[in-house]
Design a protein around this ligand. Structure first.
Ligand code: PMP
Length: 443
């Protein structure tokens, strides 16, 4: 069967306007509508055949490259044989993938930590499940989350999402927020390190919870929050404090996992912390819908007392894609590439910061980077307007980025991990032109 697909942008825009709900229709970052017809590795092509470098990684989902031939083949082969099979039946592909995922987890000092996997359809479902697991296992209700965290759009995930603008009214409660350890504009000032933020965790536990908590959720590097890295000692210190209050440490690796930070497979590894629960999605399957909670066996076990069934969780097509992602990451040494290419890109961003006072901060690691724009460097006044101008000018220069951060004043770069050093030159030159244009007020 051939489905009729019109690549006429006006027709697509008219259909979206007529048939999409406002919340889907309006979430459009660019001034003008955009449609991508084709993708190959780190590049996208629009309907007119114009090429773009995808620094957004189609929202961090594309870990190894758009339409990567090995991933597509693995998924196609599986889809042809059996597209879907729910968890109640045995299937070797998700079972194998679960084994491979647990093999990436730390074994602990005695080598005896046993990890188990619960597959979901998305990151936010995995967050919901992790929250339920932590509450069920500890018997405590209160959870801690970071103020500029984003954990997803489901109700439970929204309840641990700090920014009010990202949360609808009436979301479930029992969540206390702690200040994010932002080393640029955090509440304890520039480069304050982890210590005052760890004290803050203790204070919040004492003042805003019953004193016994279910856990804390931490993105190892905050994504939508504007690429906020956890300073050394924060993740391990937070785990210590939360465990002292009876809770679990939940690592949200939805954006920072699968080698994106360059140094490690998982962002939490940079601090030597061993989480109790790890949440993953996005890069796990290079764009096929899939999420997972990987938890210590004893923590996941009590969940069996209640019905917890995700219809598409462990879908063999997505899991086949996931298995191929793990192989490609390893074979093509993409984590090492993220470290090298990300390091080179960071250096170029730092050079741009020397040239343009509108750049307040440049940060990140591996291929998880951001530029924060300010109208006044001394006061660190967030500048969403100039960010918007640069963002549009980048698009004209063939670069797709994302605006993030609570003030929408950060340009986030989370490309496929196959970005090359040659791309870095092109990206740096494109950004330079975009900043120059913004400076001259030509946006
Ligand atoms: N956690 C983080 C850190 C995320 O960035 C996101 C999505 N952007 C989620 C959870 C939710 O994932 P999903 O959109 O797949 O539900």
């Amino acid at each position: 069967m051939t489905l009729h697909t019109s690549w006429n942008l006006e027709e697509t825009a008219a259909r979206r306007d007529r048939y999409y709900s406002a919340s889907q229709r309006k979430f459009v970052p660019f001034r003008d509508p955009m449609v991508f017809r084709r993708g190959e590795m780190q590049y996208l092509w629009d309907e007119k055949g114009r090429r773009y470098t995808d620094l957004l990684g189609m929202n961090v989902c594309i870990s190894v490259g758009h339409s990567h031939p090995d991933v597509v083949k693995a998924a196609m082969d599986q889809a042809q044989e059996l597209t879907h099979c729910t968890t109640m039946f045995y299937h070797p592909v998700p079972a194998h993938f679960a084994e491979e995922l647990t093999a990436t987890m730390p074994k602990g000092p005695n080598g005896d930590i046993e990890w188990v996997v619960h597959f979901t359809n998305s990151g936010s479902e995995a967050i919901d499940l992790a929250m339920a697991m932590a509450r069920g296992y500890t018997g405590n209700l209160d959870l801690l989350a970071l103020r500029t965290a984003y954990h997803g759009p489901t109700s439970a995930a929204q309840s641990v999402t700090g920014i009010a603008g990202w949360r609808h009214p009436g979301m479930p409660g029992n969540v206390a927020f702690v200040a994010e350890p932002n080393q640029y504009r955090g509440i304890f000032g520039r480069n304050a390190g982890a210590a005052p933020y760890l004290d803050e965790i203790e204070r919040v536990i004492q003042t805003s919870t019953t004193g016994r908590v279910a856990g804390i959720l931490v993105e190892s590097v905050q994504g939508y929050g504007g690429i906020i890295e956890m300073p050394p000692g924060y993740m391990s210190g937070a785990a210590e404090r939360i465990r002292a209050a009876g809770g679990l440490y939940i690592a949200d690796e939805v954006q920072s996992g699968f080698g994106r930070t360059g140094e490690h497979m998982w962002g939490f590894e940079s601090d030597g912390v061993i989480p109790d629960i790890v949440v993953m999605a996005k890069g796990i399957s290079n764009g096929f819908p899939l999420g997972a909670v990987v938890a210590r066996r004893e923590i996941a076990e009590p969940m069996a007392e209640k019905f917890m069934f995700h219809t598409y969780g462990s879908n063999p097509t997505s899991c086949a894609a996931g298995r191929a992602v793990l192989q490609v990451l390893k074979r093509d040494r993409l984590q090492e590439n993220a470290k090298q290419v990300g390091g080179a890109l960071l250096k170029r961003l730092q050079e741009l910061a020397q040239k343009y006072p509108a750049i307040g901060d440049v940060r990140g690691r591996g291929l998880m980077l951001a530029i924060e724009m300010v109208s006044d460097r001394g006061r660190m006044t967030p500048d969403a307007d100039t960010t918007g101008v640069v963002f549009e000018a980048c698009r004209e220069a063939g670069l797709i980025l994302s605006k993030s951060g609570p003030h929408r004043s950060c340009l986030r770069m989370v490309p496929p991990l196959c970005l090359s050093l040659a791309d870095v030159d092109q990206v740096a030159e494109g950004l330079d032109r975009a900043f120059d244009k913004a400076r001259k007020g030509q946006g």
